[in-house]
Design a protein around this ligand. Sequence first.
Ligand code: GLY
Length: 354
Amino acid sequence: MERIPVRTSPPYAVEIGPGLRRQCGEILNSLLPGRRIAVIADTHTGPLYLGAVRESLEDAGFSVCAYTFPAGEGSKNFTTLSDILEFLARQRLTRTDSVLALGGGVTGDMAGFAAAVYLRGIRYVQMPTTLLAAVDSSVGGKTAIDLQAGKNLAGAFLQPAAVLCDTECLSTLPPEVFADGAAEAIKTGVLSDEGLFALFEDGALHTAPEQVIARCAAYKAGVVERDEREQGERKLLNLGHTVGHAIEKCSGYTMPHGHAVAAGLAVIARASEALGWTAGPLADRIVRCLAANRLPIRTEYSPEALAEAALSDKKRAGDAITIAVPVEIGRCTLKTIPVEELLPLIRAGWQVRE
Ligand code: GLY
């Protein structure tokens, strides 16, 4: 089992290992003051894992209630949030009680947001069951729902009390859902270090997921500790996301997040190299690694459509937009460019050279 400390306020740990869903009660016993836990699951994770989680929590003396919502990004809205909040109130959860998010990014974001606003904030625990949630969204305390105007436009920062990642849950993921998480993991490799990136070139996501998740979580923990509220360095974690979010928007949110981020990462890598921002050749290596992990490396949407979609993103500030760009493996930087320079930038990276 791996244990990664996150020294935020309050501090917590990311625990990673096989079978944690059967040990969650024991682990949470000393971490949570209240004896009631509301487990929030979706229609995929509920039938698969709720039984084992409930049994472990009850064995440890917790009283458990559970709320299940329809799986998918389409549920990440005010209606589901309101249903969850009404459920917590009907169950009479108090300020010492907790929420446990059992699922992928949608569940974690939405259950976390519910915990952030219910009674002005109660504790919550993340139990990520997808690779994407394990390597990225469960760590760092970002919670949100989508608005009609765009993804994650209403939310709050609230660090979880713990992140418990049962690596056995990853074995039931369909290949395209697993690949979705690979995109965020590869992004972390580009940001953090050559050694981690090389693991993705060697297929280690499949052979040593625990080690890979621990390294991704450790990198993210460091960034979040230094910049909890995304005032500076944390914006680097948006590598590939400016174009990625634009692709998701152009697809009407039918393209999975990680797939869109992969294509966005390919675009920004090619653009950075073409504009002379990289320390040397870089794009082909990133693109090859994405493709080897069954991820898209190009997009059907035009540079004009992508630029227009990107400019309504929350990363825009007035007439400028800040973009994370790769310099070399293990070194990325933030560039703030005038909005009119975004279209030429996307054009420079959109051109498919493979
Ligand atoms: N997913 C990027 C972040 O947590 O900041």
